[in-house]
Design a binder for this molecule. Structure first.
Ligand code: IPE
Ligand code: IPE
Ligand code: MG
Length: 228
């Protein structure tokens, strides 16, 4: 399979509702969501996609009950530990966007270890958006420009966003039925193709994903110009 899409962003929404519909607590949904991350990452790797940016924890998600937040933190640490063999096996590089400062030192250490171990991999780059918010990203970029006294052109702003090393985003998929971006890649979304599905993230299937990738091929990207 060959797709022209280089960089996919996914807002992985609907874990909580998926669990609630099964009379389970929300953590059960987050576990299922982590398993889905595994599956979709492997598919992207097989399809030759270059970058997969996954919205895992937003700057606003700290507002959730502290039990849910701490469960998510533990899940991320566990996920990274379990994931390493798969990343190695599939030549996948691991990266993050977002401000990692508020995380525990155990989680930060695991993130760092995963990055270092996979830094030389040349296949897919899986980018987890962790404590990521587009507004926070923009503020940090502007502050860096000020610090180095750089004139804020569009190019310079882009070069100082967290996503700078990963190139332009081609498409953003949001599962879970809501039609909004929830502070995900707002600058980068300017000309991204957007896909919204009511499927809850743990139910998102390889078939539906392939359907979206095929649909992307049919879209005409004009960037404000005219066709042909
Ligand atoms: C997305 O699923 C995962 C995170 C935000 C961590 P939710 O937890 O938002 O699930 P819903 O939207 O409540 O169903
Ligand atoms: C977006 O989902 C954030 C992630 C998927 C990590 P939310 O569930 O936090 O978004 P809202 O609150 O519905 O906008
Ligand atoms: Mg949600």
């Amino acid at each position: 399979m060959n797709f022209s899409c280089q960089h996919i962003g996914i807002i992985m929404d609907g874990n909580g509702r998926w669990a609630e519909r099964r009379d389970k607590n929300r953590s059960f949904g987050h576990e299922a969501g982590a398993q889905k991350v595994r599956e979709i990452t492997q598919l992207c790797s097989r399809f030759g996609i270059r970058y997969l940016t996954l919205y895992a924890f937003s700057t606003e998600n700290w507002k959730r009950p502290s039990l849910e937040v701490s469960f998510l933190m533990q899940l991320m640490t566990k996920y990274l530990k379990n994931e390493l063999p798969l990343l190695i096996e599939n030549n996948i590089r691991f990266e993050t966007i977002g401000d990692l400062n508020p995380f525990s030192s155990a989680l930060k250490k695991q993130i760092q270890l995963t990055k270092e171990t996979t830094a030389h991999h040349t296949g897919l780059t899986q980018v987890l958006a962790l404590n990521y918010g587009a507004h926070d990203e923009m503020i940090r970029a502007i502050n860096r420009l000020r610090e180095y006294d750089i004139t804020p052109t569009a190019e310079q702003i882009e070069n100082h966003l967290d996503t700078a090393p990963f190139g332009k985003i081609d498409m953003i998929i949001r599962t879970g039925g809501d039609i909004r971006l929830s502070n995900f890649l707002l600058w980068q979304a300017a000309y991204a193709e957007l896909f919204f599905t009511s499927t809850l993230w743990p139910d998102f299937s390889a078939d539906e994903f392939m359907g979206i990738l095929e649909n992307f091929e049919l879209r005409e990207r004009r960037y404000g110009g005219l066709n042909g």
